[in-house]
Design a protein around this ligand. Structure first.
Ligand SMILES: Cc1cc2nc3c(=O)[nH]c(=O)nc-3n(C[C@H](O)[C@H](O)[C@H](O)COP(=O)(O)OP(=O)(O)OC[C@H]3O[C@@H](n4cnc5c(N)ncnc54)[C@H](O)[C@@H]3O)c2cc1C
Length: 350
């Protein structure tokens, strides 16, 4: 084997794992993003760091550099139910940040003993005796092969590792759309929007560094039409859009059952969104990416004889926490429950 461990994807999950693995391993990590700058792949994201993600950074003794932060910082969430027209403001303690800078910063913390291939696309992961052969295209689109004993799928919502190795473990996917506008509201704000009747979506808006971002996750077939419909509806609620500066789109996993969370087998491990680890009620996923990477790093560093079984067992609490978000999402898409929750004194709805 060329390497002990191959990590596919360096989002929050893959970068965290690469940083926390023992230096005694020979590790290679492939990622489609460039090493620095604004070129190449950008992950569409609201760029809000929730409490649980902040806690993961506390455990890992990391603080965010100032240049990653964006304006304003957010502690008030305007929650809007378009069906019942109920509006409530809730307290949250998000950190508002630039997602691309955040991803590049996490990548920059990977120690130099890890071989990092930027601007590189993994094409295939094939089983061979004692491990896996990984085929990838380098930045000049030239094809190469390498081998590793363990493979970690940290390649996000549309994980190639999950699709190729576990085609039977499919997971529901939605299309997430975010449109950026020049901010024109008199005061910047953050909102989360429920509209499961006409556009069947969970949506949000965020003010960020002079821009106003509208985002939403929609069932695949009618995503574009529903996004436009949502914009029309919100225009009547005081939202100001104008001409979009940019539009971003990507798949997002939307777990629906406990078995949607799949952690891999036979020396392949899925972490972060590739494993289905994302909240079905708020699409918050960074904390689960950080947590699953941390759990896997401890297991691999300890030299556990059955790492797949151990990773499955140690992620049981995480999977049950995420299952509670599925239940919460089902309640929130039931108009009567949502109305009751929003009229009650419950402090966290989304
Ligand atoms: C529109 C939107 C808004 C969101 N907003 C928030 C938010 O505000 N807060 C929050 O906590 N969560 C948010 N999420 C969820 C969050 O972005 C994800 O859950 C999180 O990014 C998952 O991290 P990850 O490392 O598992 O995967 P990703 O961040 O998706 O990283 C995967 C990496 O793998 C690389 N990759 C993929 N395929 C390959 C390949 N074949 N070869 C090589 N590299 C590959 C990509 O370059 C990428 O960098 C949002 C999601 C969406 C879609």
């Amino acid at each position: 084997m060329d390497y002990d461990i191959a990590i596919i994807g360096l989002g929050p999950a893959g970068s965290t794992l690469a940083r926390l693995l023992s230096s005694s391993f020979k590790v290679i990590a492939l990622d489609t993003k460039h090493e620095v700058g604004n070129e190449g792949f950008h992950k569409p994201c609201g760029g809000l760091l929730a409490n649980d993600a902040q806690k993961a950074f506390i455990r890992q003794k990391l603080n965010l550099p100032k240049d990653i932060l964006t304006d304003p910082q957010i502690f008030s969430v305007k929650t809007i139910d378009l069906q019942t027209q109920i509006v409530r403001n809730y307290q949250r303690s998000y950190v508002n940040f630039d997602r691309h800078k955040f991803d590049l910063w996490l990548k920059s913390l990977i120690p130099s003993n890890v071989t990092v291939l930027h601007n590189t696309l993994c094409k295939e992961v094939r089983r061979i005796i004692d491990g896996y052969q990984i085929t990838y295209l380098d930045k000049n689109k030239k094809e190469h092969n390498t081998t590793a004993k363990y493979v970690v799928g940290a390649d996000g919502a549309n994980s190639l590792v999950r699709r190729m190795r576990y085609p039977q473990h499919t997971i529901r996917q939605y299309v997430a759309i975010q449109q950026w506008f020049t901010e024109q509201h008199p005061a910047p704000f953050y909102s989360c929007i429920f509209d499961n009747k006409s556009t069947n979506c969970y949506a949000w808006s965020i003010s960020k560094d002079g821009y106003f971002i509208l985002g939403g996750a929609f069932p695949k077939k009618i995503a574009n039409q529903n996004f436009e419909k949502l914009k029309e509806k919100l225009s009547t609620q005081g939202f100001i859009f104008g001409e979009p500066v940019k539009t971003e789109k990507c798949l997002v996993v939307y777990p629906n059952r406990l078995r949607d969370f799949y952690t891999g087998n036979e020396n392949i491990f899925l972490i972060g969104e590739a494993a289905g680890f994302i909240s079905a009620s708020s699409l918050e996923g960074i904390s689960y990416a950080l947590d699953s990477a941390e759990i896997l790093s401890k297991i691999l560093n300890s030299g556990h004889p059955k790492p797949n079984k151990c990773y499955y067992q140690r992620t049981i609490p995480l999977r049950f926490k995420l299952y509670s978000k599925i239940v919460k999402a089902k309640l929130l898409t039931t108009p009567l429950w949502r109305k009751l929750i929003m009229k009650s004194k419950i402090q966290h709805i989304e």
